[in-house]
Write a protein that binds this ligand. Structure first.
Ligand code: ATR
Length: 280
């Protein structure tokens, strides 16, 4: 007689953050699940400041399989995880949690997400390139290590210079490139092949005050933010000599694919999902 209990109850997944209203993660993960023939319940959960640990525990107790974590909880998720991937440990921030039998496993897929978008989707070879990172907040922690492995020069410029200096100290390694740190003023007269905007300025409709001649020939401007229309940084970059300006939608989909792989053991195709999300 067939076992009447021979079925699996689909696990629940979610992204937690604040604000979370416009998150594209549920749409991305449901398209991945469809591709891979997996039944999936993935929602977006807005969590109050101070309520993150409780929300995670509640979600786990209710049958959750894992979580994506976004602003402003990535450092809290790092502290909550009982076990960390090397890249999460290095970043000091976690964007993916997996619930195991006992301990909470924390990973950070932001860096690999950015790298895949740059290299595989946009065809950018970072070897020997000089990279300028604008901003020194949580978003930068996840992306520094993978960039560090290929670039010739990395400069972090931030409104609050001490935050850039802290990051540069934390990530510099005697055997690698020296990561430099400065304020926006000190960029005067310098040119870069890749300029990454990881500040929250776009959210306020602003562009960090960087020199107008910041782009080297054939430079790429990349905003870690994404929106339905080009971000203020993308528009500014195109009018000031960048040959290409991209938003962070590809990175979002790539980091999601890496989380999906961690949870389900399958690697979905990202191209069709990026295309679908860009469709008007
Ligand atoms: P996240 O986790 O998204 O990186 P964060 O830690 O609050 O968020 O960091 C936001 C980043 O955007 C910081 O580098 C911040 O600069 P400060 O460290 O000086 O606060 C930067 N930022 C925010 N608004 C900005 C603006 N209008 N112009 C330039 N930089 C801005």
């Amino acid at each position: 007689m067939p076992d009447p209990f021979d079925f699996e109850i689909p696990k629940c997944y979610a992204v937690m953050g604040n604000p979370i209203g416009h998150s594209k993660s549920p749409a991305i993960h449901s398209q991945f699940a469809q591709q891979c023939g997996i039944e999936l319940d993935y929602t977006a959960v807005q969590v109050d400041p101070g309520g993150f640990a409780q929300a995670v525990e509640h979600f786990r107790a209710a049958g959750g399989g894992g979580l994506n974590v976004t602003v402003p909880f990535k450092v809290e998720a790092f502290k909550l995880a009982g076990r960390l991937s090397d890249r999460a440990d290095q970043a000091g921030a976690v964007n993916t949690l997996k619930f195991g039998e006992e301990e909470l496993y924390g990973d950070n897929t932001d860096g690999v997400g950015l790298l895949r978008d740059l290299q595989s989707n946009l065809g950018v070879d970072l070897k020997g390139k000089s990279i300028l990172i604008l901003g020194a907040g949580g978003a930068v922690r996840g992306i520094l290590a993978p960039l560090y492995e290929s670039a010739k020069r990395i400069v972090i410029a931030n409104r609050t210079v001490s935050r850039a200096q802290d990051l540069a100290r934390h990530f510099s390694h005697p055997s690698g490139v020296i990561i430099e740190a400065c304020g926006f003023d000190a960029l005067s007269g310098q040119q870069f092949d890749v300029v990454l905007n990881a500040t929250a300025a776009s959210l306020e409709g602003q562009v960090p005050p960087i020199p107008v001649d910041i782009f080297a020939q054939r430079a790429l401007a990349y905003d870690l933010m994404y929106a339905d229309k080009p971000t203020p940084f993308m528009v500014w970059s195109q009018t000031h000599g960048a040959s290409q300006a991209e938003d962070g939608l590809g990175m979002l989909v790539e980091q999601a694919a890496e989380s999906f792989h961690l949870w389900h053991g399958q690697r979905p195709q990202t191209g069709p999902v990026i295309q679908a999300l860009r469709a008007p």
